[in-house]
Write a protein that binds this ligand. Structure first.
Ligand SMILES: [Zn+2]
Length: 405
């Protein structure tokens, strides 16, 4: 309860800051410039699973209508973003299949759309006499008579996974690590040994960044809903059935409850074209703000990264071209400089045996002395390279440092 409050109250600067700090450290934001290229939209329920029921409509119909409208807005206004739907028809899929669709699509954002429902409220409208026999006696008791009315609960809620599900999210990231870390190099894949504590640290950092990003988006969505006069019940954590998909998707993920289908007034709104359009537009605007923020901080981040390459003393003239011409692309490429020595080691030398992947030797001249510089790997982000750096230092290369190739 206190946590719910904390997150609801924390909509201000406090977590905006953590979001930005984390966003700066997120490998995903480094993937080919744009931080968001694929958005997965999940219309909740479908087919044999109608979800919550209103007096004349079902949740599965509303979620599909809003999901399709949201997708159309994204396709029209963000032509560089690929929109993937978990369903576009009245179809049922196991949540596992939905998470699989999202992970296979290598989404950078997962938005699940649902409707809320609250149980009817019982009100006593009178009493009824009930006569019972006890031996020869008749006993009359009066029992209350209830009538049931629609629950007045209304408004929107946006959920992120509960921190108690952090381990499950971590597991999803681990299973999809090749995707989420863009680990297309041999060295990055080798780092994904889950018995290795460095892998744990890396995935843990990534999960925390996704948590902050999901929280940021959930706040923006609720903010957009509030702007058009919806009642916002806040951005919250949730740990209930139906939220499984949030921790099963290896990307930032939110679940939007559009409104209460159990409330007659909201049921009408949820079924109206204008209501659905307003909801889809609110989510779209929030995604746009979220993406703009990520873009801004990705761009800011790339600036000092380039300066740092000169600062770490890795003049490009000394670099051999990487395997497969990787260095010619604009993809970030980091390596760990292991040591500079006058000794000559073969790439397979025993001092390198704990470091999987490619060891490069470069000849350099320092104070008129001919020396050999040994670097390890091609890493797609500074973060992965930092993880590799820890491994290198643990393997005895005490002066190792990360260099930008
Ligand atoms: Zn639902």
């Amino acid at each position: 309860m206190r946590w719910n409050r904390f997150w609801t109250l924390g909509l201000g600067t406090l977590f905006t800051c953590t979001f930005f700090i984390q966003a700066k450290n997120t490998p995903v934001s480094e993937k080919q410039g744009k931080p968001i290229r694929t958005i997965v939209i999940d219309a909740g329920h479908g087919g044999e699973d109608p979800g919550a029921k209103g007096s004349y409509s079902t949740e599965k119909e509303v979620t599909l209508a809003v999901a399709l409208k949201l997708g159309k807005l994204l396709e029209e206004n963000m032509p560089d973003v690929k929109v993937v739907y978990t369903r576009k028809t009245d179809r049922y899929d196991n949540p596992r299949v939905k998470a699989q669709i999202a992970n296979d699509a290598k989404g950078e954002l997962f938005v699940s759309i649902h409707c809320n429902s609250a149980a009817k409220v019982a009100r006593q409208v009178g009493t009824k006499a009930v006569v019972r026999k006890k031996g020869k006696k008749k006993i009359t008791t009066h029992v209350p008579v209830y009538a049931y009315y629609p629950n007045p609960a209304k408004g929107t809620e946006t959920y992120i996974w509960a921190t108690s599900k952090n381990n499950a999210k971590m597991e999803s990231l681990k299973q999809n690590s090749v995707i989420v870390l863009d680990a297309d190099s041999e060295e990055s894949r080798a780092l994904m040994d889950d018995t290795d504590p460095t892998t744990f640290i890396l995935l843990n950092t990534l999960r925390n960044a996704y948590f902050d990003q999901s929280l940021r988006l959930s706040t923006l969505i609720e903010d957009e809903f509030t702007r058009v006069g919806r009642i916002s019940r806040g951005a919250r954590q949730r740990n209930e059935k139906g939220i499984w998909v949030l921790s099963a998707t290896a990307m930032p993920s939110v679940l939007v409850e559009l409104g209460f289908i159990s409330n007659p007034e909201e049921e009408d709104y949820l079924n109206s074209n204008s209501g659905q359009m307003e909801l889809a537009t609110g989510i779209y605007k929030a995604i746009k703000r979220y993406r703009d923020e990520l873009d801004k901080f990705t761009n800011n981040r790339n600036q000092p990264a380039n300066e740092a390459s000169t600062a770490t003393g890795a003049p490009s003239a000394y670099h051999k071209a990487g395997k497969n011409g990787k260095n010619n692309s604009k993809q970030p490429d980091y390596a760990v400089q292991l040591l500079i020595t006058d000794k000559l080691y073969k790439p397979g030398a025993s001092i390198f045996k704990k470091l999987p992947g490619n060891i490069e030797r470069t000849s350099i001249v320092k104070n008129r002395k001919k020396l050999n510089k040994y670097t390890w790997g091609h890493f797609p982000s500074e973060q992965i390279a930092s993880t590799a750096l820890k491994k290198a230092r643990k393997s005895g290369f005490k002066d190792a440092l990360v260099v930008n190739k």
